[in-house]
Design a protein around this ligand. Structure first.
Ligand code: NAD
Length: 484
């Protein structure tokens, strides 16, 4: 049994139990063991966090020079990298993702996000505007105020960094609420904030059930903006609740992203891309290429090879550096994934790889085999709904028009991929796809400098890149009469 100390809330740089004294257990999905107990906050704790964040905004953080602010955000990046081993381990323990993903990719990417926005802190500028009459007219880009960042369990620290880093760099203060299943790395970020000397109240971390703490944040009149990543239905409920206080909101929601393989594609590369597209992060990836659209003329060969590859991906102990496929993040999500596999079978799709719960030899853990369904038709449930797990639905198409119309036949529009050697077709398809990100001859690549976000019901607003700065600032026009 791994013991992790009882974790409190971080409010005003002080670690406090929840007002109710209640706690929540955190489970390691690879072993089913309890690895921590975190505070279960309620509205009183939210009030305290808002008061601390507001005081910091009106006080030391609001008056600090942008460059100094940037230096502190940079220190978050540096300290996170220094602590990358222990933070990655926590990410793997509470989420079940392979340590190779958390240590080599995601925690360094979170640090890079802080580094990137640290550089922006003193480069967020207004403009002078040539207006009519004798005026000096200029704009100021000011922070919005207190931001609540609400994040899901699939990339707990990385998705927090996508919000916290630009929010702080622009001069806002933040209340971070991690998902109930994966609160440990958000709390580690809180520790890091205290260690590097972020002033009290600038970053607060509140744990607790989304329906109580998340909802209290969304309704609170002292919060100016909600930055949310999570399920589309939760996003809709947040949008409704935020209307009463007219909060700014940005929503990064679900997806059912198409990965299109044209007949002229480099087949080996496309198979690698399709595999990474659906099986990275156990498929618990909002942009997962969960709908594989393959040209009818190459379908059989392609699916055979892909299924062979999927069968070779064996789930293993997430803490083993050699493991490439970990545990599903929770019992609830395991049940959801198995239910969708059942529905694929019942609705007549052909199961060509996986399809079963897996055992890594311990008799414990929420493991499932990488699963591929062929002969999927567009109206099947597994072709329409986000499964958020390692289940690929392969659908054929007859020509380019059908590929594009099938790809766009979804309520979602987060990401898409296209595999072709024809440069004209690549750009043509990229323009036609209704998605916030299109990958050509690659999949699942990200960089802090490139924007990410949804079309359609995958949400609105962009994270990362200079575009995110717009969502954490507001523009003030200042008019000065120059008539003597
Ligand atoms: P979720 O919506 O259940 O929870 C997300 C967060 O919202 C958690 O912190 C949760 O506690 C909180 N929450 C729950 N109810 C709330 C409420 N009423 N008010 C305020 N907060 C509330 O989502 P999840 O199951 O944790 O995450 C999976 C979903 O996230 C998937 O749909 C996935 O596609 C999506 N996702 C999207 C992106 C993206 O960038 N578009 C990235 C990752 C995950």
């Amino acid at each position: 049994m791994i013991t992790v100390e009882q974790k409190h809330l971080l409010i005003n740089n002080e670690w406090r139990p929840s007002s109710s004294g209640q706690t929540m257990e955190v489970i390691n999905p690879a072993t089913e063991e309890i690895i921590a107990a975190v505070a279960a906050a309620d509205g009183r704790d939210v009030d305290a966090a808002v008061a601390a964040a507001r005081a910091a905004f009106d006080g030391p953080w609001g008056t600090m020079s942008a460059r100094e602010r940037g230096r502190l955000v940079r220190k978050l990046a540096d300290r996170l990298l220094e602590r990358a081993d222990d933070v990655s381990r926590l990410e793997t323990l509470h989420n079940g993702k392979p340590i190779s993903e958390s240590r080599n990719i995601e925690i360094p990417a979170a640090a890079e996000c802080f580094e990137y926005y640290a550089g922006w802190a003193d480069k967020v500028m207004g403009e002078t505007i040539p207006v009519k009459g004798n005026h000096l007219t200029y704009t100021l880009r000011e922070p919005i105020g207190v931001v609540a960042a609400i994040v899901p369990w699939n990339f707990p620290l990385l998705l927090a960094a996508w919000k916290v880093a630009p929010a702080l760099a622009c001069g806002n203060t933040v209340i971070l609420k991690p998902a109930s299943q994966t609160p440990l790395t958000a709390l580690a970020l809180g520790e890091i904030a205290v260690e590097i000397g972020l002033p009290p109240g600038v970053l607060n971390v509140i744990t607790g059930p989304g329906s109580r703490v998340g909802q209290a944040l969304v309704e609170h009149s002292g919060i100016d903006k909600i930055a949310f990543t999570g399920d589309t239905s939760t996003g809709k409920s947040i949008m409704r609740s935020a209307a009463d206080t007219l909060k700014r909101i940005t929503l990064e929601l679900g997806g059912k992203s198409p990965n299109i393989v044209l007949a002229d594609a480099d087949v080996e590369a496309a198979i690698r891309g399709a595999t990474i597209g659906i099986f990275y992060g156990k498929g618990e990836v909002c942009a997962a290429g969960s709908r594989l659209l393959v040209d009818r003329s190459i379908k059989n060969e392609f699916i055979d090879k892909l299924a062979t590859r999927a069968r070779k991906m064996v789930p293993g102990d997430p803490l083993d550096p050699k493991t490439r496929f970990g545990a599903i993040a929770s019992r609830k999500q395991l049940d959801t994934v198995l239910r969708y596999i059942e529905s694929g079978r019942n609705e007549g799709a052909s199961l060509v790889a996986g399809g079963q719960r897996a055992d890594i030899g311990t008799g414990k853990g929420y493991f499932v085999q990488p699963t591929v369904f062929a002969d999927v038709t567009p109206e099947m449930t597994i072709a329409r709904e986000e499964i958020f797990g390692p289940v690929l639905a392969a659908i054929e198409f007859a020509d380019l028009d059908e590929a594009i119309s099938r790809a766009n036949d979804s309520q979602y529009g987060l990401a898409a991929g296209v595999w072709t050697r024809d440069i004209k077709k690549a750009h043509y398809v990229a323009r036609k796809l209704q998605a916030g990100t299109v990958w050509v001859n690659t999949y699942n690549v990200y960089d802090t400098a490139a924007p990410f976000g949804g079309y359609k019901q995958s949400g609105f607003g962009r994270e990362m890149s200079a575009h995110a700065l717009d969502h954490y600032t507001q523009v003030k026009s200042v008019w000065v009469d120059l008539n003597l």
